[in-house]
Design a protein around this ligand. Sequence first.
Ligand SMILES: Cc1cc2nc3c(=O)[nH]c(=O)nc-3n(C[C@H](O)[C@H](O)[C@H](O)COP(=O)(O)OP(=O)(O)OC[C@H]3O[C@@H](n4cnc5c(N)ncnc54)[C@H](O)[C@@H]3O)c2cc1C
Length: 467
Amino acid sequence: MAPSQPDGLSDGHQETATQVIIIGGGLSGLQAAHDLQELGVSCLILEARDRVGGKLWSVPLGEGQGYVDLGGAWTNNENQPKVTALAEKLGLQMIRQNIIGDCILEDYGRFPYGSEPPLSREDKATFVEVRSRVEALCHTVTIADFDQVLAEYGHMSMDELIICMGATDTVRRLVNIWTTAMLGIESTQISSIFFLHYCQAGGGLLQMRSDDAGGGQHLRFRNGSQSLSYGLRDGLEPNTVIYSAVVERVEQGLRSGCRVITRDGKKFRCERVICTVPSPLLKQIAFWPSLSADKIWLSTHSELGFYAKVFLIYTEPWWRKLGLCGLSQGFHGPVSLTRDASNDQDGLFALICFVVGQRGREWAQKEEPDRLAEVIAHVDRIYGVKIPRPVETREQIWNEEEFSQGAPCPVVPAYCLRSLSQDQWRPEGFIHFAGTETSPVWKGYMEGALTSGSRAAKQVFDILSTS
Ligand SMILES: Cc1cc2nc3c(=O)[nH]c(=O)nc-3n(C[C@H](O)[C@H](O)[C@H](O)COP(=O)(O)OP(=O)(O)OC[C@H]3O[C@@H](n4cnc5c(N)ncnc54)[C@H](O)[C@@H]3O)c2cc1C
């Protein structure tokens, strides 16, 4: 329904005015607010939840007993410069990911970190070949040649692409672990071109999958990744963040900027809006006038994978005593991957289990005690021993969060990639877009979120300072 005063906007009742309204207090929104305020631009963040951080959520286990990261956790200090600079500025202590000891592949057994899994000779040769071809391809796809790339690969899922490369059944199952662990979507369901492009943004498949120096999973934060969000928020002017402010409507006037209305009826006037909500959630905000066809198309068709984390917490790292590093991969569900999520300094020893993709969706339908029992039983099978019972557990299902609806990053089907390449997240009138998925680097990661926040803030500042 059209608002009653589309151009004048103000109905004169209790509107809070500021230069820029930022929708969302995740990392991208906080970074945008930080940059704007540094440049002397006033802004407010409207955050739907009662906390900042969005997909970063670090939960303390008890006084001095460390934190578990229910959302994003890992970074590295070689090719994620914005996260690194912020962590250093805030004086955050980092934990290096444990890679000492063997990994395990379900059905195949253990192998040293960094070497090939103990597959049959044919599977191993094919796996190495497929992995290096995917790595090479992800560095060559460019959005500039989109038509050509789409014509070549646009019709293929990731599974179909690797079948063309000669993947055996085992290799197909291994590649399915890549796509589910990285995006919560099965390799049969994800567009090959999207996946290649996603890998390109993270510096390549190998870099993203690595737990070693420079890899996507090299470092964690001793006090949890949400410390980044708290640090950014604490550097903002007081009361910049308005909590439990669910934006439901954004109206633009022809001359007079925007009016933003929240679920509880609060109204805000501003010259510009920076919207940081993940694209599938855009359709829950009524934009007037409506967004362009490209954005509507993206918002309607981009999808969030299934992503849950289950922490098994112990008094000691039993896997290390077995000569294992905690990294394991499972084929038969519900667990796709485990990693060591310990914080030795605080006496926290944990295995994090990733329950992702279609098997995760089915698992999530069960009652909580059954879900936990299934996870533990599967880790028993992966490790080939009855693992010690955890003293404590934590579970987080991101698809059940109203303001995330899945994680870690929206996935765009091939038939929408043209809209994305045309649109490039361009502003719509007075509305600008940020959020990790809009970043050309480390899309889906904290680094991408910070990069996008700074880009949007600069865009807005440049316009405001010339107008
Ligand atoms: C389980 C999991 C594992 C991950 N692992 C890693 C990792 O190891 N390393 C890494 O770098 N990244 C990881 N990520 C991704 C990383 O957490 C995200 O890329 C990053 O936090 C996204 O920040 P953002 O600001 O773009 O979006 P978000 O954090 O989603 O922020 C958007 C904000 O908008 C708010 N919002 C939504 N709708 C509305 C509305 N209508 N009105 C007002 N506010 C609204 C939300 O509450 C949220 O706070 C992981 C994420 C998850 C969930």
